[in-house]
Design a protein around this ligand. Structure first.
Ligand code: DGT
Length: 137
């Protein structure tokens, strides 16, 4: 019997890091896909990690902060042919340390309505109104 072909959905975890009515975005490095796009810090879940553990690790690696992972606020999907990403957005309001550019070419705290002025990955662009609704909640 031939095995049923299933699509591959890669889970990605990201943080909506909020302080003083601003959110933190980072510009993706040159050597990555989607380089130059402004993203919410985060990345892929690795083997034997929960989504929350993965996000805590990513925020430590990318920003050098020890973050308290808040509630899951939003889930989005974006397909590229037979593969796609399932992107999970967690609220981050508390952390230790100051975010540093350990990974991104630049970090920026932006007003929520300034997000649209930055080139975002298509996966985020198409769900911007839902992201803004969560941020303004
Ligand atoms: P790698 O290089 O394969 O080890 O991957 P990681 O774990 O460093 O993660 P990354 O950031 O390359 O993968 C996340 C994927 O999700 C990538 O294809 C870009 C996409 N993506 C779309 N929107 C966002 C976002 O807001 N934040 C992050 N981090 N990724 C996003």
């Amino acid at each position: 019997m031939t095995k049923k072909k299933r699509p591959v959905w890669v889970p990605v975890v990201t943080g909506l890091i909020i302080k003083n009515s601003k959110v933190l975005i980072g510009c993706r490095p040159q050597d990555k896909n989607l380089s130059g796009k402004w993203e919410f810090p985060g990345g892929k879940i690795e083997l034997s990690e929960s989504p929350e553990q993965a996000l805590k690790r990513e925020l430590l690696e990318e920003l050098g902060i020890d973050a308290e992972i808040g509630p899951l606020k939003l889930v989005g999907t974006h397909a590229y042919g037979d593969t796609g990403i399932l992107i999970l957005f967690y609220e981050i309001k508390y952390w230790k340390g100051e975010p540093k550019t350990l990974y991104h070419t630049e970090l920026k705290w932006v007003e929520f309505n300034e997000l649209k002025l930055h080139p975002l990955p298509e996966a985020n662009e198409k769900m911007l109104s839902r992201i803004l609704a969560v941020l303004n909640d």
